[in-house]
Design a protein around this ligand. Sequence first.
Ligand SMILES: CC/C=C\CC/C=C/CC(=O)SCCNC(=O)CCNC(=O)[C@H](O)C(C)(C)COP(=O)(O)OP(=O)(O)OC[C@H]1O[C@@H](n2cnc3c(N)ncnc32)[C@H](O)[C@@H]1OP(=O)(O)O
Length: 525
Amino acid sequence: MDLIHCCVRWPWKNFPTSKTSLFQKEERLRHYNPLPLTVPAFSNRMPAQCVFSRIEGKGKRSPPPPPGGAPAKLAAASPVASRKWRSSAHALRGAPRRAQTPGSVTYVQSNLPRRPVPRSPRLRPGGAARAPGAGRTARSHPGAATCPFSAKMALASGVRFAPRALLRPWSSPVELFHHDRYRHHEPPAPVHYEDKHVSVVKVWGGTEPSRYFLITARIHKWPSGILRLGGINGDDISEAPRVCPWARRWVQTASAGPAAALSTGAGPSLPLFLLLAEWVAVMKLRNPPVNALSLELLTELVISLEKLENDKTFRGIILTSDCPRVFCAGLDLTEICGRNPAHCAEYWKAMQELWLRMYLSSLVLVAAINGACPAGGCIIALSCDCRVLADNPKYRIGLNETLLGIIAPFWLKDTYVNTIGHRASEQALQLGSLFPPAEALQVGLVDQVVPEDQVQSTALSEMARWLAVPDHARQLTKNMMRKATADRLLRQRDADTQNFVSFVCRDSIQKSLQAYLEKLRQRKG
Ligand SMILES: CC/C=C\CC/C=C/CC(=O)SCCNC(=O)CCNC(=O)[C@H](O)C(C)(C)COP(=O)(O)OP(=O)(O)OC[C@H]1O[C@@H](n2cnc3c(N)ncnc32)[C@H](O)[C@@H]1OP(=O)(O)O
């Protein structure tokens, strides 16, 4: 995904300028431009550093066009781009043109069909074909610096942008630039991007989070109005502020506000945290007293996961417990104790389903383990991508099946081995070890052990770290790492169910399960 793609899908006309829901706009655009248009010529060199921003002033008049006019500027920068500009300007004649209102953005929205762009031999790595002297305009006359890169990029891609908008001097209300050029986009001296001058109004996430993000901030001083800083999601959104030094300053300044409210832990910069608010679901297990995995809870979890996976608003889930002192007590023993084989089979299938869904989930799953986490609870946590455990010696984690007289099935064992390695698993599984936090960290069962009151914020920081990776790359890698293990169960699912049912329905096993449950109840008394 790159800036051009974003531009194509999101011409200025459709760029949300009011508080109208971005999601509605996105929906409209889907119909407006249903064919995905990729621009291979630029995609490799337009990573997340691409930022485009726009300042809308109220009642302020736009600065006059640069001396010599846009075509002349472009001609000076590149004769090729200039020729293309002329032809596109010609093509644009007759296209709907919106009148320039004071302080608002002027643009021409083309109604020409868009076309895919062939790789141009004139384009050099690291930027578009740069004609001699292309950067000189900015140095000699910063106020009149043009964006030839953007112009050429758009023209070459067949995007019929308003040339005036593209070639506008940067100090005008419209800015569209590339990281190669950011150094020419220093703000004029009187602008102070400090706390009292700038406040974040909203951070928007798209319905397709891998596409873009947008931060709206209110600037209290000159140029007063609304500033929007946008970027392409899925690459590395924390990179975006790096594009432009003054934007970074602004983002850093603003990070004392809403971001601080969202997280007390140290974490990446503001946009991530604000976006987290929109992209990350927190799923709390609530089946008191110990969050045992009843059939109902399993079904509920599977449905919720499916919903979140299908809702493109979400990129991650933080899984935690709503029950004090217990994350999850594992299988609900009452579901397999004294029940008929059909019920046991149904129950086990639900357990398999949940594991498969979690283990192969395209979302980032972070387990915020705020309580004891034995057996099935541990498997739920191990199916996540990352585990944060509260530092309390009572909160132990591990697969203790052997202590109940039962055997962990092969896919539980595989999950264990994939996490802590063969030898450690061999030992821990046979002994039914439940690890206290420090040991769990040492053996690699969890990724972080933190004070109890920091579990959620650390999980959020971890989530931010995982979300900073482009979704597609992370998902494919996850799949590559986990598919073989999941496939093994998929191939033997029925046999595994039969094995489970025949095992737990044995008299001897039923007796030991009964005894174990009894022990738990007596312990309480
Ligand atoms: C071929 C394949 C064959 C088999 C594969 C089977 C795979 C199994 C994986 C599993 O998950 S087996 C389940 C293993 N789970 C455990 O061993 C956990 C047992 N529970 C505990 O250790 C503790 O309850 C706790 C540390 C989770 C919480 O301790 P605490 O807060 O002190 O609560 P209580 O012990 O007082 O328990 C309150 C209440 O909850 C009942 N209960 C506890 N665990 C379970 C459970 N897993 N299933 C059903 N019910 C459970 C306990 O009996 C108490 O009930 P009351 O009626 O007395 O309130």
